[in-house]
Design a protein around this ligand. Structure first.
Ligand code: FAD
Length: 135
């Protein structure tokens, strides 16, 4: 059996670690897919613009922790999900077949929903935004 988990944030990584520990001696394969190689502790992004923390200090590589509990980590961007075929399609053409799928890909803020928000405000919503705010 294969469980595929999308997203290497709090949701996806926690799910992967818990399932990885529980299924360690079974034939179940846990595959964690995320488009970034590092887990970022997002609450600490608030410190990045002020130079109180660097991104490297508030993040760690997912593959090292994944190895410890026998999870397969794949760094790829997911392009679509085909539920009827139980397949995840990645941007580079890779296809992952699953028995169970956990989607923990987070949220995408709609900056344009409120007029004037985009371009006129600073943010620490994600790593990219926090680094931009620093400049
Ligand atoms: C400054 C700040 C302070 C915060 N403070 C708190 C707090 O005190 N308490 C609290 O409970 N919460 C807090 N939060 C919120 C908390 O950090 C988020 O709710 C949490 O990180 C959400 O986790 P998630 O796993 O759902 O999503 P995310 O952290 O967004 O993770 C999603 C993951 O999916 C990956 N992904 C997305 N799309 C794709 C794709 N197509 N293909 C492959 N991978 C993909 C992303 O790269 C990411 O790794 C704070 C957030 C910020 C920014």
């Amino acid at each position: 059996m294969r469980i595929v988990i999308l997203g290497g944030g709090f949701g996806g990584l926690n799910a992967a670690l818990l399932l990885g520990k529980k299924t360690q001696s079974s034939l179940c394969e846990i595959v964690l897919v995320s488009d970034t190689s590092r887990f970022v502790f997002r609450p600490s992004l608030i410190w990045v613009p002020f130079n109180n923390r660097q991104v490297e200090e508030i993040s760690f590589p997912i593959n090292k922790i994944a190895e410890k509990v026998g999870i397969r980590f794949i760094q790829k961007k997911v392009a679509s999900i085909l539920p009827k075929e139980r397949k995840v399609l990645c941007q580079d053409g890779t296809q992952l077949v699953y028995d169970y799928l956990i989607i923990a890909a987070g949220a995408v803020p709609d900056w344009e929903k409120i007029e004037g928000l985009k371009g006129n405000t600073a943010s620490v919503y994600d790593t990219h935004a926090a680094l931009q705010t620093k400049i």
